[in-house]
Design a protein. Structure first.
Length: 340
């Protein structure tokens, strides 16, 4: 029987409605378990660790990511897989961060949650939780973990964590993996798409804890003002920028923007170009409006999600690498987050 450790961080899945205010609030893990008697029948040996104060994932920070890494690392040899219960709002950020912080992972780390609380009649929580456990416990014919990577399982779909993004506040299918195929689909059976699942690395499992949050996401729009951009790019607190451009990585040719961007790069900041489009990739060489950014020293985020680019940059800055080393690593796939 596989041994699975559930890490309960909070989120709608375990929330209950406050009778006075009508708002959903975090509740303890015991309440959640009481609503899922099926946990005893799911064919895996289950233990749980819970955050002292379960949170709405809007309150998630790099400190909490470090707490999850520590729990996984401390229990790595004791369990065959890990299931993290997490709010949906920032689940894709956490999944992306963990994919970089858990180096040489050979065991499944499956994040899930729900759009409706476990107590709701039509809840999606049970199906998400029980299937996430089944996936974390699954092994191939050789006895190895079927999915040895950080994933999000939600509404019948298993996605690579650093390729997923939340796309709906209301639909039960809340996540999408726009630039990478699903790793599995659950219907009457769980159908694994083995050709898209990462093979476990042979290196030693190494947890990382340092994430540098000295970065910002800024998005272009027609009419953007020089003063606003200057404020961001000249800030001493900012070491990196996720720059959300148009289409295949294009920006206006107004002169001042590229000037400010190259000044920022020369001052040591890393600027990563991510498209505002949900699908496709950055190709700065395609148009003159993109090429000027390439010439200004901007790094291509390729087909990365914003969540993956942001957490990858936090991770690389946390490793105290030089600007050139960060540029090289941004251009490599660390955990399957970009297509090379
Ligand atoms: N606000 C909630 C959270 O992210 C939403 C959810 O869990 O679906 O914690």
């Amino acid at each position: 029987m596989s041994r699975i450790l559930i890490i309960y961080t909070g989120g709608t899945i375990g929330m209950v409605r406050n009778a006075a205010t009508g708002a959903l609030e975090s509740c303890n893990f015991e309440n959640l378990v009481a609503n899922v008697p099926e946990l005893k029948l799911c064919g895996a040996e289950i233990s749980a660790v819970t955050f002292d104060n379960p949170i709405d994932s809007s309150d998630m920070t790099p400190r909490h990511w470090g707490m999850m890494v520590k729990i996984i690392s401390d229990n790595y040899d004791l369990y065959d897989g890990f299931v993290i219960l997490h709010g949906t709002d920032t689940m894709a950020f956490t999944a992306s961060a963990l994919s970089f912080m858990l180096e040489n992972l050979t065991k499944p780390v499956i994040l899930t949650g729900s759009q409706l609380p476990i107590e709701a009649i039509r809840t999606d929580a049970k199906e998400n939780l029980l299937t996430a456990i089944e996936i974390a416990a699954a092994r191939d014919a050789d006895g190895n973990a079927m999915v040895p990577e950080v994933c999000i399982f939600f509404h019948e779909e298993l996605m690579r964590g650093n390729r997923a993004t939340k796309i709906s506040a209301n639909n039960l299918a809340a996540f999408s993996s726009n630039n990478y195929p699903l790793l599995a689909h659950s219907g009457t059976e769980i159908d694994y798409h083995k050709e898209f699942i990462r093979r476990p690395s042979t290196g030693t499992f190494t947890p990382h804890y340092r994430m540098d949050p000295g970065i910002i996401i800024f998005s272009l729009f027609p009419g953007i003002r020089r003063e606003a951009v200057e404020g961001v790019l000249r800030s001493k607190e900012i070491k990196g920028v996720i720059f959300r451009t148009y289409g295949s990585g294009n920006a206006p040719e107004n002169g001042w923007l590229v000037e400010l961007l190259s000044e920022a790069v020369l001052s040591g900041k890393t600027i990563v170009n991510i498209s505002q489009c949900a699908t496709g990739k950055v190709q700065m060489e395609k148009y003159r409006t993109g090429k000027q950014l390439l010439e200004a020293g901007i790094v291509s985020g390729r087909d990365s999600t914003v969540e993956a680019a942001l957490t990858k940059l936090m991770f690389l800055l946390g490793e105290n690498l030089s600007q050139e080393q960060i540029r090289c690593r941004m251009n490599e796939s660390i955990a399957g987050e970009i297509t090379i």
